[in-house]
Design a binder for this molecule. Structure first.
Ligand code: ADP
Ligand code: MG
Length: 226
């Protein structure tokens, strides 16, 4: 018992001091956040979660390390019905490494229910095991646009039950020339859905993506913090 030492601040949580329990999140999800030592919201979470948990589309501009994964994971998980074994949410990421990171973080955040299946579908791995996994079913897929497109073309991925689409690191995906692949994938998503776009910068292409694929998106932009 050392009362003089304050608890170490969590680096990512540039603490807004605002607790997650002021949000309309399920008790199970809140308990899991506590378990993960997510004590207070980061600024991007505090700004965006009231918007996205109300069902709105969102364009968020924030730098790396600001806690964007949980910012989209919490509405995504809130929209999800674990008892419905179909792909209800999809996250597009620019690279295999980023897709794997998002998958790991989503799995931690999804631990409040013990049966949420999350698949990573990235290029550079053979198609066959991914197709087998998809055949067994999943609730959430995370992947790179090219590989997701491949699965859609072959019919191994069906998106009729999708209710949430996330474009993570959208500026990087555009830099890598993924615009057409993203457009192809989005056309396979149901029109009735929530779309969230996260980006570190706001180049012309982002505005084009938003105008084509989002429904009255609200914008959140965080000032650069150094
Ligand atoms: P970004 O996608 O913006 O680069 P991440 O979502 O990967 O950032 O988050 C960076 C790190 O901060 C991760 O290790 C994550 O677990 C942690 N983190 C995010 N939000 C919180 C929070 N509210 N409290 C504590 N840790 C958090
Ligand atoms: Mg990220």
């Amino acid at each position: 018992m050392n009362k003089t030492t304050p608890p170490a601040p969590t680096p990512a949580a540039a603490a807004t001091g605002r607790p997650f329990n002021e949000l309309p999140l399920s008790p199970a999800l809140l308990a899991n956040l506590q378990q993960l030592e997510y004590r207070t919201m980061t600024p991007i979470q505090a700004e965006s979660l009231p918007i996205t948990l109300a069902g709105n589309d969102l364009i968020a501009q924030a730098k790396t390390g600001s806690g964007k994964t949980a910012a989209f994971a919490l509405p995504l998980l809130t929209n999800l019905n674990p008892r419905r074994f179909a792909v209800q949410a999809m996250v597009l990421c620019p690279t295999r490494e980023l897709a794997d990171q998002v998958t790991q973080e989503l799995r931690r955040l999804a631990r409040f229910a013990d049966n949420i299946k999350i698949l990573s579908l990235v290029g550079g791995s053979t198609m066959r095991p991914q197709r087998d996994s998809l055949e067994h079913g999943a609730h959430i897929v995370v992947g790179t646009p090219g590989r997701i497109m491949d699965h859609l073309e072959r019919g191994s991925l069906k998106l009729d039950a999708l209710n949430t689409l996330v474009l993570d690191e959208a500026d990087r995906m555009l830099d890598m020339g993924f615009y057409d692949d993203i457009a192809f994938v989005v056309k396979h998503c149901p029109a009735q859905r929530q779309t969230m776009l996260f980006s570190a910068t706001y180049p012309e292409g982002i505005a084009r993506l938003a105008q084509k694929f989002m429904r009255k998106p609200q914008e959140v932009k965080l000032p650069e913090q150094h």
